[in-house]
Design a protein around this ligand. Sequence first.
Ligand code: GDP
Length: 193
Amino acid sequence: EAEVALVGRSNVGKSTLMRELTGHKFDTGGNPGVTRQPNHYDWTAEDFVITDLPGFGFMSGVDEDHREQIKTDIVHYLEEYADNVLVAILVVDGKSVIDIIDRHSGPDEVPYDVEMFHFLRDLEVPVVVAVNKMDKVDDKDERLNELCDRLGLYPPWKQWQETIAPITAKKGRIEPLNEAVREHLHEQQRDDL
Ligand code: GDP
């Protein structure tokens, strides 16, 4: 069955978003690193499964080796199933994503979110970046333009509405994400004709 894969750092709101998309209850907050294996769920609005991949990055109680292992497992999963993945949703925290990217950028360091974005593109998996927690962001356009810049997409972000989807998962405001995902699905159906 065709799938949509969800990836993102811990605490960006992946579980909250999953709950919105699927209607399932997920363990949100307080217990980062719970999702260790890919989990499959039905997307209620569409006819495919959503695969929730483990969160990565800092997790209290999870040591460095284990974090690296989680990261490797995610990469292997995506490589193996790339043909089956219609769209990947990379969830980021709109409030902190620029700071985190800039803190981890350097001569021999690529920030995870940026790395994942390009990795998925190299696999030819269309990526939608779900920029979550937009309720906490004051200057929305500026933030989204900065994110485009960091991802190598030429601003303004409004040109990239198939790729950049500002959302507030906690309040169920995820329409830009649904729209972006639908666009990709329809594009692929057109390509298949
Ligand atoms: P996960 O680790 O990525 O699965 O993140 P969770 O879904 O557990 O969410 C982490 C924290 O972010 C929780 O305290 C959520 O309530 C909060 N959160 C999730 N989505 C939003 C949002 O849209 N806005 C705000 N302000 N907080 C959110």
